[in-house]
Design a protein around this ligand. Structure first.
Ligand SMILES: Cc1cc2nc3c(=O)[nH]c(=O)nc-3n(C[C@H](O)[C@H](O)[C@H](O)COP(=O)(O)O)c2cc1C
Length: 177
């Protein structure tokens, strides 16, 4: 069965992006879905000194193993000041210090949501530009604007849900198990 790894780029406890990643993961049938929280994988701020003195943290090695074992990914990220949250970037920088590209030429459904009307468009543009260099075969991106209005009681507005379902089909068909 195809293994999908879903996570958000947020380190906040009540993350709307985590809710979106979880929701999208729940819409995929007949896959082996793992939904993780990056905050469970401790990542000190990267520096050459931290790496040479302490090596790669065991939490990052464990995360890298999950990336290696996945056939595809769902990533939903917050936008911070128009760009990529530092926590997400730092963790992925650590992951890149181990053998192979971060996403290893596997499909990644890229998503973002925010309380505002732009729905993280700027971070989606930034990530769409760089993630192919990280070995991501991009699916999407999917943006859910105005999370509070479009995601109520655990259910998404049907217009956006239809769009998301099409992208999940795209992810499913581009995953090779
Ligand atoms: C430092 C910081 C910068 C932010 N910058 C943006 C931004 O540029 N665009 C945006 O739509 N929302 C921005 N927000 C609001 C986030 O979209 C909002 O906090 C959202 O809930 C974060 O996602 P999360 O709940 O998944 O962590 C910012 C929030 C913080 C804390």
């Amino acid at each position: 069965m195809k293994k999908i790894l879903a996570f958000s780029g947020s380190y906040s406890q009540d993350s709307i992006n985590h809710k979106l990643a979880e929701y999208a993961g729940g819409l995929m049938n007949n896959v082996d879905m793992s939904i993780i929280n990056l905050s469970d994988y401790e990542a000190p701020f990267y520096s050459k000194e931290v790496e040479s003195e302490n090596g790669i943290p065991s939490s990052i090695k464990a995360l890298r193993l999950l990336f290696n074992n996945a056939d595809g990914f769902i990533l939903s990220t917050p936008e911070y000041n128009g760009s990529i949250p530092a926590g997400l970037k730092n963790t992925l920088d650590w992951v890149s210090r181990m053998e192979g590209k971060i996403f290893q030429d596997k499909p990644v459904l890229l998503m973002a949501t925010s309380p505002g009307a732009r729905g993280g468009l700027s971070v989606l543009n930034h990530l769409s530009a760089v993630m192919p260099f990280w070995g991501a075969k991009l699916v999407g991106p999917f943006s859910l604007p105005k999370f509070g209005e479009n995601f109520i009681d655990g259910e998404m507005n049907s217009e956006f849900k239809n769009e998301l379902n099409k992208m999940l089909e795209g992810l499913n068909s581009s995953v090779y198990a």
